[in-house]
Design a binder for this molecule. Structure first.
Ligand SMILES: [Zn+2]
Length: 519
């Protein structure tokens, strides 16, 4: 009888580093140009040329290594990885094999509210290969655009675009410590967020800025050794990673159940359309690549690098920020997760909070303590934080996300705080609030200015609301009878009528209270 099987997954992730120029030459690092326009004798591998290392790429990979707790060795060097393929003009790729820039480290993931540290083997720097474009026979006629490959599609055959040749890549290799496709997906999502926090890459998988090969094997639970693994290639979305791994686990499980576990390592490609993996080759071993030290690049003495020192500081990582948001500001775990899912949003949130702290007087006036004593938040402050999180997450952030790059700051933090306080003090209803915030985003004006201009007064006079409520009750005897029979949900309908009658100016919470009281 077969013991239960466990899944062993390791990832090799390539991240394109955001630099002005390529890794060893001064060609722009920009793939979106017309094919084969960002090229030179160095990235085309002409004889007699010499590579010069890009300092920006070096800084960015060291930043990533430090952020992930890796060990930065005293000396690092480059090696040639030899293989022949049409996308590799030199016949070898400059990579790092013997002395990588980062050894070890870990990346912490959170899945189902559990934290898990995934250890890393190494992170090294290497150059990207060119891009191969295959177009099907007879599939011509697409209009040319500036997108790479569009020209090639007008003809049939295979084409090479060397714009990508020599683009800097950080390759990160994990230890085989992931145990499910879900964990692999969360690992990649977390890594993408960290890359964005550190501003080393947008790490968008669909754009090829982050690419992943996944190694997967199975073994009976309790077993210590590893069995033959499959390396899955061509994974270009989080979804593909999850789907391909699930497919491969199922495929391998069948072999195990037949008493015939896989014997040799192999490489398989993921077919997104057919949702299956297909054998490409038996896996090469590193000796197949005949690695040897790159003679054209000097050894790197890290501590002698001009930028290496105390000022080489690392941004607070997303999970640490999330923990701090929960502890200091009283956000829920889910709120803190969203508020830290983007560095701009996280920074904006902190500006809001510091503004709220400064603005102790309007808070005092309305019975709220200044947000100065973090740790144990009084009830009112908790309510205020909850309200702030809601408006940030549900209303302001979607507008932020849509905004163009030239308007990075849509709303002045001071104005937003003013706005939140108006809502908090029930001076405007949330219905009106949406209108006001929409206009704030649109015009950059403050909330009071908008309210004054549009004469958006709020009806907070209980007597006046009560009058309207009574009118509505009189006009709708049947609905009222339904409510008295126990149909609680008609209450919402009545609230809606009152809101309509008052043109959205009444505070819905107050309307509900008054309705309930009268009924
Ligand atoms: Zn070049």
């Amino acid at each position: 009888m077969l013991n239960k099987l466990e899944t062993i997954i390791g990832l090799e992730v390539h991240i394109e580093l955001k630099t002005k120029t390529k890794l060893f030459c001064s060609c722009p690092n920009c793939e979106e140009a017309m094919p084969n326009t960002n090229i030179c004798p160095i990235c085309l591998g002409h004889p007699g040329v010499l590579p010069v290392l890009n300092e920006e790429a070096l800084k960015k990979i060291l930043l990533l290594g430090k952020a992930l707790g890796g060990k930065i060795p005293e000396t690092a060097s480059f090696d040639r990885k030899s293989y022949f393929y049409p996308d590799l003009p030199k016949g070898y790729q400059i990579s790092q094999f013997f002395l990588p820039l980062v050894k070890g480290g870990f990346l912490e993931i959170e899945i189902d509210n559990q934290r898990k540290k995934i250890d890393l083997e190494r992170i090294h720097l290497e150059e990207d290969a060119a891009k191969l474009l295959h177009s099907d026979q007879g599939r011509g006629g697409e209009p040319p655009s500036r997108r790479s490959g569009a020209l090639a599609c007008r003809e049939s055959g295979s084409f090479v675009d060397f714009n990508r040749a020599g683009v800097p890549l950080a390759e990160l290799v994990t230890r085989p410590e992931l145990r499910s496709p879900g964990e692999a997906k969360v690992f990649l999502e977390t890594l993408r967020l960290i890359a964005r926090y550190l501003d080393i890459s947008e790490a968008e998988m669909q754009k090829g800025q982050m690419r992943c090969d996944a190694n997967v094997s199975l073994r009976p639970i309790g077993e210590k050794v590893f069995f033959a693994k499959t390396e899955i290639k061509n994974l270009n979305s989080f979804r593909a990673v999850e789907d391909a791994l699930s497919y491969e686990i199922k495929r391998q499980t069948e072999f195990w159940e037949e008493g015939n576990p896989p014997q040799t390592n192999s490489t398989r490609g993921w077919d997104e359309k057919k949702k299956n993996t297909l054998i490409q080759r038996e896996k090469e071993e590193s000796f197949d690549y005949r690695y040897f030290p790159e003679p054209d690049l000097p050894f790197l003495e890290i501590k002698n690098l001009p930028f290496w020192g105390d000022e080489f500081l690392v941004e607070e990582l997303p999970l640490a920020k999330k923990d701090r948001f929960i502890k200091m500001y009283g956000f829920s775990s889910e709120e803190a997760k969203i508020l830290t899912s983007n560095l701009k949003l996280a920074d904006f949130t902190e500006k809001i909070i510091s503004e709220l702290k400064k603005n102790s007087s309007p808070l005092d006036k309305f019975g709220t303590l200044p947000l100065s004593k973090f740790g144990t938040l009084p009830e009112n402050e908790k309510k205020l934080m909850k309200l702030t999180a809601n408006w940030l997450i549900n209303r302001l952030w979607p507008a932020f996300a849509k905004a163009s790059a030239d308007r990075p700051q849509l709303v002045d933090p001071k104005n937003f705080v003013e706005f939140i306080l108006l809502i908090f003090q029930n001076k405007i209803s949330s219905t009106l609030g949406q209108q006001v915030l929409g206009e704030m985003v649109e015009t950059g004006k403050g909330p009071n200015q908008i309210i004054e201009k549009n004469k958006l007064e709020v009806m907070a006079d209980e007597g006046e609301i009560e009058k309207k409520v009574k009118e509505i009750i009189e006009k709708n005897p049947k609905v009222v009878a339904d409510f008295k029979k126990g149909k609680e949900n008609v209450l919402q309908f009545l609230i809606g009528l009152v809101m309509k009658e008052t043109k959205g100016k009444a505070e819905p919470k107050l309307v509900r209270e008054i309705l309930k009281k009268i009924l």
